[in-house]
Write a protein that binds this ligand. Structure first.
Ligand SMILES: CC/C=C\C/C=C\C/C=C\C/C=C\C/C=C\C/C=C\C=C\C(=O)SCCNC(=O)CCNC(=O)[C@H](O)C(C)(C)COP(=O)(O)OP(=O)(O)OC[C@H]1O[C@@H](n2cnc3c(N)ncnc32)[C@H](O)[C@@H]1OP(=O)(O)O
Ligand SMILES: Cc1cc2nc3c(=O)[nH]c(=O)nc-3n(C[C@H](O)[C@H](O)[C@H](O)COP(=O)(O)OP(=O)(O)OC[C@H]3O[C@@H](n4cnc5c(N)ncnc54)[C@H](O)[C@@H]3O)c2cc1C
Length: 730
């Protein structure tokens, strides 16, 4: 399909393509996983192109309701073809290749995501990972053929991260051999599940299991929530759409509230635990966290998702940069392509190398995942903690880097990059959500930190550790890791870039031509070099040590640091009297994210007043500098110094406590920006989360209930598309 010559191609793009140093088809085969896979992908793409309905009106110009209905219309057409193709597949490998191809091609039809994303991404994987063999035999065919449409409802209004804190209860009633589901509080309302608002008729519900008066912790249940014929919510349930959000607008994310809702005993997914008819609880799992398995699987998937999304963004930005010409550098000469500016290359090329870093690492991670799964089938769960740690930090870093890189791609496209039609805003909205869902960025990094600390303890005891973390042992040797720049970079490369380097070298070591090897090597080097420069600051603070100071005042410094500890500021800690659940505001990492916003607000206000008076002078000063780093630092320095001096002038008449707070803000602003480069400012609140009275959950629910999709119990697309599709009449 791509090989057909295309008429009217922009001359600059043609020129750039002619300059390519390698055979593009060869690289395409490498990315697809071989020639045959490329051929198969193209076959499926061609078939879909012929059969899929395209949008008549651009998706972004439709109302929220129309967007959803359009997404259902397209999803049903895609699913029809998907189900047909899946039914022809006989081998597991073919099925996973097909799923990946369908996933990739489906993006050509949706600016937003399909309401079936959770059915495919979490409902089916949870059936596979959490059901007993008999349950799989019952549910899997129904789900694969889309006779039922499911989602995954774990998160509640009050808890997402802390799964053990979920409040929904499933209490076993041995008289009727049923579980009774209840949402005892407002904060226990299920919130967020994709497809739940309007589309799904089944749902995986994670709830606290009670039997014989005992709580056994959270367990997954498979629950029918809507009538299969009328699609009306079943009695005992309140279900609806949660309201507009940054992206995921066509995913109909929903809420779900249970009121004594009864489900059969075998609704409990029984691979890892079961409840017998008489209410006896039987634990089968060899590891207590196996019920968290779907999350690990999706975290692994997300690394390749990020590679794919960033590859789209950077392709858009690089092509446009080749076409876009701007600024007359020499009189009477053509304006250069913006791609030729070094600063533009600085914005874009790291994204190209990042795509490959993510894709190679993702291939390796998926293989590792399957190996660990295979071992677990034979009862060996030894590798699970490391898989959890790896998938946690890789998911956190790749989702965060990917959304930041997509923003760079948007910046690289100037004003036109802000147009929805450029697709960059939608790509950003989709990927920035991935930093939060399936485990928040900070929370997942802390999980990996926990694993590393435990491993470090093992290293100190002289015990063997796995190859992936063996560098911890090597770095106990001061010769291997000294504080010279080379030593630090060596350590950094070993930690952060090891997988990418070895995997990219391994993947291109045979079969591939020298031209491809050269390009891959360049991309690999760029990735390593870029991050060793970007994070030099982090690396240098490794020496931020009471033990390693220049003056050798080890014991004095140890005591000084100990006395600064917040725990030492009060003689008896309040946890002696009671053990409150922490507010997320109490986490230092959360304060780190928020307090700079307050300080920045004051800094900007003060600087704005000052700037107004001396606009002309400052304008000329801000103009200096040849790279974007220098003016950025200059601008930041202006903010810092004006804030510092203007604040000093205006606080003198205020009360002492207020002066102290304002001075702390100045200090925070200055200190923060020596460590960080960016911060957020929310000037106009208009927010369900930030209301003065703190009635967060009430407001979220009030807003959701105002949501137009909730004004009708069943959306008309059910009768028009979903029902005929489920009943095989479409
Ligand atoms: C048409 C289209 C065609 C085709 C499409 C096909 C397919 C789709 C393909 C791609 C799509 C890809 C993705 C999209 C899919 C869905 C995404 C959309 C929506 C998102 C959904 C969600 O977000 S679902 C909800 C997810 N929720 C979370 O992730 C919650 C995060 N919280 C946690 O994970 C945990 O609770 C916690 C780890 C933070 C803490 O748990 P807790 O029980 O409190 O544990 P601790 O006490 O802290 O630790 C105890 C020990 O347990 C270890 N641990 C923790 N977690 C795990 C684990 N998962 N596995 C193993 N071990 C674990 C922990 O390390 C501790 O160990 P120690 O040894 O130190 O004690
Ligand atoms: C687009 C989208 C789709 C989603 N789809 C689904 C779905 O289909 N099904 C489903 O069940 N869920 C879904 N979710 C919910 C998602 O999984 C949660 O939002 C996510 O896990 C984060 O949890 P939270 O919202 O409770 O964040 P919180 O935990 O409340 O996080 C708030 C802040 O507190 C910090 N914090 C929390 N705990 C700690 C800690 N221990 N240490 C330090 N800092 C901490 C975090 O870093 C963060 O800065 C979706 C969310 C989004 C945005």
């Amino acid at each position: 399909m791509r090989n057909k010559p295309i008429a009217n191609v922009n001359a600059d793009l043609l020129k750039e393509r002619k300059n390519c140093s390698f055979d593009i088809e060869e690289l395409t085969n490498l990315i697809d996983g071989g020639k045959n896979q490329t051929a198969r992908r193209r076959e499926i793409e061609n078939m879909l192109l012929k059969n899929m309905p395209f949008d008549i009106i651009p998706e972004e110009c439709l109302s929220a309701k129309e967007k959803y209905e359009n997404a259902v219309r397209k999803s049903v057409a895609l699913n029809k073809i998907g189900v047909e193709l899946v039914s022809q597949v006989t081998k597991a490998k073919e099925l996973s290749d097909l799923t990946l191809t369908l996933r990739r091609v489906s993006d050509a039809y949706f600016r937003e995501v399909t309401p079936f994303l959770l059915h495919l991404g979490m409902f089916i994987p949870t059936i596979l990972g959490q059901c007993s063999d008999e349950q799989v035999a019952h549910w899997l065919p129904l789900a694969m053929q889309l006779k039922i449409i499911g989602t995954y409802a774990q998160t509640e209004l009050g808890h997402g991260t802390f799964i053990r804190g979920l409040e929904t209860t499933a209490t076993y009633d041995e008289r009727t051999e049923e579980f009774v589901l209840n949402s005892p509080t407002l904060s226990s309302s299920k919130w967020w599940a994709g497809g739940l608002g309007k589309t799904a008729n089944h749902c995986i519900v994670v709830a606290q299991l009670y039997t014989k008066g005992e709580c056994y912790g959270t367990h997954p249940f498979i629950v029918q929530i809507r009538d299969m014929d009328t699609h009306m919510p079943l009695k005992g349930l309140k279900v609806g759409e949660i309201g507009p959000r940054l992206g995921f607008q066509t995913a109909d994310n929903g809420f779900l509230v249970f009121d004594n809702f009864r489900i059969p005993r075998d609704s409990l997914m029984m691979k890892h635990a079961k409840v017998l008819k008489d209410g006896t609880y039987v634990k089968i799992a060899r590891h207590s966290k196996l019920t968290y398995g779907t999350m690990i699987f999706v975290r692994v998937l997300l690394v390749s998702e990020m590679a794919f999304n960033l590859s789209k963004a950077v392709t858009i930005a690089v092509r446009y940069s080749a076409v876009r010409r701007q600024s007359e550098l020499k009189p009477n000469e053509p304006e250069p392509q913006v791609l030729d500016y070094l600063t533009q290359q600085h914005k874009l090329f790291i994204s190209i190398s990042t795509v490959y870093a993510f894709q190679f690492t993702s291939n390796w991670l998926m293989k590792t995942y399957h190996t660990v799964q295979a071992n677990m089938k034979h009862g060996n769960t030894d590798a699970l903690p490391e898989l959890h740690a790896l998938s946690s930090c890789l998911k956190a870093i790749c989702t965060s880097d990917c959304s930041a890189a997509i923003e760079q791609c948007r910046f690289a496209c100037g004003g036109h990059g802000y147009m929805i039609s450029s697709n960059l805003p939608s790509l950003y909205a989709f990927t920035t959500a991935t930093r939060t869902y399936e485990g928040d960025y900070t929370v997942l990094l802390l999980q990996t930190a926990r694993f590393l600390v435990k491993t470090w303890e093992q290293v100190e005891l002289g015990n063997a550790v796995t190859p992936m973390v063996a560098y911890l042992a090597r770095h106990q040797n001061r010769e291997a890791w000294d504080e010279s720049p080379e030593g630090i970079i060596r350590a950094f490369e070993a930690i952060a870039a090891g997988v990418y380097q070895t995997e990219s070298v391994r993947s291109v070591s045979f079969g591939q031509s020298d031209a491809i090897k050269d390009v891959m090597k360049q991309l690999s080097d760029l990735y390593l070099l870029y991050w060793s420069l970007e994070r030099t600051g982090d690396l240098l603070t490794t020496l931020k040590s009471t033990l390693g100071s220049y003056d050798g005042r080890v014991y004095e410094r140890l005591m000084e640091e100990a006395l600064k500890s917040p725990l030492n500021q009060e003689p008896v800690n309040e946890s002696f009297h009671n053990e409150p659940e922490p507010q997320v505001m109490d986490f230092v990492s959360q304060q780190h994210k928020l307090f700079i916003g307050i300080a920045s607000y004051y800094s900007y206000s003060m600087t704005a007043l000052w700037l107004w008076d001396i606009l002309t002078k400052v304008t000329s000063e801000l103009g200096v500098g040849k790279t974007d780093r220098l003016p950025e630092s200059h601008g930041r320095a202006v903010f810092m110094s004006v804030f510092n001096s203007e604040m000093e002038k205006s606080v003198s008449s205020l009360s002492a406590p207020l002066q102290a707070v304002l001075r702390q803000l100045v200090e925070l602003y200055l200190y923060y920006w020596t460590l960080e480069k960016r911060g957020d400012l929310l000037l106009v609140l208009q927010s369900t989360l930030g209301s003065y009275d703190g009635r967060v959950y009430e407001r979220l629910m009030e807003e959701a209930l105002k949501n137009p999709p909730n004004k009708e119990p069943v959306n008309e697309s059910f009768h028009k598309y979903l029902k005929p599709f489920i009943q095989g009449k479409l």
